[in-house]
Design a binder for this molecule. Structure first.
Ligand SMILES: O=Nc1c(NC[C@H](O)[C@H](O)[C@H](O)CO)[nH]c(=O)[nH]c1=O
Length: 161
């Protein structure tokens, strides 16, 4: 049996009727930009229309849950899923741990409260090198933003209410 890799896609989904939000933090801009580009590239590969991809930014990852909830509840946007994207890199204090833990749990709560998919697009890295690799910024490395784009198409098509 073929072993599926991380973020393996199980079939070619048609996202042409979907509306997807991407809300990204503004810390670690170069890495964020690569992750957002990867997510958009994959959304388009699944036929999501450019006009149906709504991209907004927030100051940092700690603001992602609030913004994600607001986007999903915005009746004018009619989003099918949201991809919060942030890059958290360990510093010399415990700030990193508290943000990672609180943001992760808060994003899960947004998903439960809104009954809409919230794709976990937050890198929690010990070094900048780890983050760059996961954004595909090193030659031959995979851009995790693409996995998040694929998940944002699969989930609403499979589990929309
Ligand atoms: O501290 N490091 C980071 C960070 N801190 C800011 C925080 O998310 C929030 O915006 C402020 O505390 C204001 O609420 N935000 C990140 O996205 N990545 C980091 O690596």
């Amino acid at each position: 049996m073929a072993v599926q890799g991380l973020g393996a896609i199980d079939q070619q989904y048609d996202g042409s009727a979907l509306r997807i939000g991407i809300v990204h933090a503004r810390w670690n801009k170069e890495i964020i930009d690569a992750l957002v580009a990867g997510a958009i590239k994959k959304l388009k590969a699944f036929n999501v229309k450019e006009e149906n991809i709504i991209v907004q930014s927030v100051p940092g990852s700690f603001e992602l849950p609030f913004a994600s909830r607001s986007l999903l509840k915005d009746e004018n946007l009619k989003l099918d899923a949201v991809i919060p994207i942030g890059v958290l890199i360990k510093g010399s204090t415990m700030h990193f741990e508290y943000i990672c833990d609180s943001v992760t749990h808060a994003l899960m709560r947004v998903q439960e409260e809104t009954h809409k998919p919230v794709i976990f697009g937050v890198l929690t890295c010990l070094t900048e090198e780890q983050a760059r690799k996961r954004a595909g910024l090193d030659p031959g490395m995979h851009n995790h933003g693409e996995d998040w784009g694929a998940a944002a198409v699969e989930m609403p098509l499979k589990y929309s209410r």
